[in-house]
Unconditional design. Structure first.
Length: 226
């Protein structure tokens, strides 16, 4: 039995090329599909929610606002910045040649756990903003007046009407509620696609050893009988 060394070298070279190609493919698809677009949108919407909450706190009458309602949105916004900032830096690094090492992967188990925390924070922000909107859009008191008919047989009637607020009185509460709700949807979507991508990567990595074994068997099979 004679083993052809050239065939073994060629097979090893092919295996190395396949491994290099797989590594390049994984590097190019480091981010889940549409993740960057969602991160940009989330960063923009969360900034709006933060801004509207601050304006609502300054502008609204304390009598018709929920105490410290702005705190929930501020906390959610502050905790959102590290994840989104790290994700964007990872994308910009190859283009701008930034010389640093960032131990962060958007689809890692740790990042997904952090995203679940963000979902909880933005859910709390949405609930608090909705409660603040309910209080701000409630009636601003009542007006009462008495009707005395000219007919002496009918007694006077007292009528009370609530005073509805104008849109200018609670538009900031409405805006903060809407933006917090949209941000909650965006963060939940980011967490979902990151988890799906993480699960897909695990399946691919588990399938790689079987592919390597089949390639090794193929190399050993290049044997000629004299």
């Amino acid at each position: 039995m004679i083993i052809d060394p050239q065939e073994i070298v060629a097979s090893n070279a092919d295996s190395s090329d396949v491994a290099s190609t797989n590594t390049l493919v994984r590097s190019e698809h480091k981010f889940p599909h549409h993740l960057l677009k969602l991160v940009y949108a989330s960063l923009f919407v969360s900034t709006l929610a933060f801004t509207f909450s601050i304006i609502d706190k300054i502008k609204s009458d304390p009598q018709y606002t929920v105490l410290n309602a702005v705190v929930a949105t501020i906390l959610a916004f502050i905790f959102t910045l590290p994840h989104h900032g790290a994700t964007l830096l990872l994308k910009w690094r190859p283009h701008h040649q930034i010389s640093y090492v960032l131990p962060f992967a958007p689809s890692s188990a740790r990042a997904i756990g952090y995203l679940i925390l963000l979902v909880g924070l933005w859910f709390g922000s949405t609930v608090v903003c909705a409660r603040s909107l309910q209080v701000a859009s409630s009636s601003r008191g009542t007006v009462s007046y008495t009707i005395t008919p000219s007919n002496s047989t009918i007694k006077s009637i007292s009528v009370t009407h609530p005073i509805p607020p104008e849109l200018d009185d609670y538009w900031t509460s409405l805006a903060s509620t809407l933006t917090s709700t949209v941000e909650l949807i965006l963060i939940s979507t980011i967490a979902l696609i990151s988890y799906l991508y993480y699960r897909q990567q695990n399946k691919e990595y588990q399938a790689e050893p079987s592919n390597d074994n089949s390639q090794s068997v193929g190399v050993k099979g290049h044997i000629s009988v004299a």
